[in-house]
Write a protein of this length. Structure first.
Length: 254
């Protein structure tokens, strides 16, 4: 992503609900639909959110997808089985209740996981997240280990031919060749997303590729959380504001 395209402006406008009319809506999960929790397992999806997303998806003739760093399997366990999903940062896809399209788990991911486990051993607050085709090293509970975790992830990525995916108090190792931008590009060529105007809502640095793709395809990104240089055109302050905006979207698309 060219840095020159990043907006340095701290104050982006709140998106108008009318932006969602005719939209193909791409939603990040952690930090966007659910507040950040202490651990990956600490996040719960409430029925109210699922009902809201279902209503909006129906109003958009199905053009709503969750695009997450979580695996499709985890997204389904969290309650999103009835939604179009792109998991593991654009490496996995699944239509509602249909088989998952995903590459196999690489032996290199198992090697990386073993190295992460060795690193985490005895370090209270450092956590290894085993995922379907990737692995995460979390240090939210022990920020003092963040730099060392990053050094380890970088070295392993080079050694094992994997991609490093930085996140919020997290480094993941995964196969390369995809990101949230490529997920948007791919889904926009298929039903039901094709024909809509892409709108991508996300909070993390990994969502910038999604904002870039939405923008390239004539749509827009919405950044959630504290201002930062971004390719998004709009911003929402926090998860609660996203929910409010999506509820406004249901009304605006009725
Ligand atoms: O693309 P996302 O849907 O935002 O997923 C990105 C990663 O989110 C999760 O980690 C983050 O959220 C955790 C729970 O709130 C938090 O404890 C952690 O510090 C965050 O980095 C998830 O665990 C990862 O697998 C996702 O890739």
């Amino acid at each position: 992503m060219p840095d020159s395209h990043l907006s340095p402006l701290p104050d982006l406008p709140v998106p108008p609900p009318a932006l969602l009319k005719g939209a193909a809506l791409f939603l990040d999960f952690d930090g966007t639909l659910a507040p950040i929790a202490d651990t990956p397992d600490g996040v719960v999806v409430d029925d109210e959110l699922l009902v809201l997303l279902g209503q909006l998806r129906d109003r958009l003739d199905g053009r709503l997808a969750i695009v997450s760093g979580r695996s499709v399997a985890t997204l389904r366990d969290l309650g999103f089985a009835a939604f179009l999903l792109a998991g593991t940062h654009g490496l996995e896809f699944a239509e509602p209740d249909a088989p998952v399209e995903a590459p196999a788990r690489l032996p290199a991911i198992n090697e990386a996981e073993a190295a992460f486990q060795t690193f985490a051993a005895g370090k209270s607050g450092v956590l290894v997240e085993r995922k379907t085709i990737s692995v995460g090293l979390h240090f939210r509970g022990a920020p003092q280990w963040g730099a060392a975790a990053g050094d380890l992830a970088t070295a392993l990525a080079e050694q094992l031919g994997l991609a490093v995916q930085p996140g919020k108090m997290l480094y993941e190792l995964r196969p390369g060749g995809a990101d949230k931008g490529s997920a948007v590009q791919s889904l926009m060529q298929r039903r039901p997303m094709a024909g809509g105007t892409p709108v991508f809502i996300g909070d993390d640095i990994t969502d910038e590729e999604g904002f870039a793709a939405a923008r390239e395809l004539g749509g827009a990104g919405i950044l959630v959380g504290v201002p930062r240089p971004t390719l998004a055109a709009f911003s929402l302050e926090q998860v609660a504001a996203v929910r409010h905006y999506l509820a406004q979207g249901v009304a605006a698309t009725g």
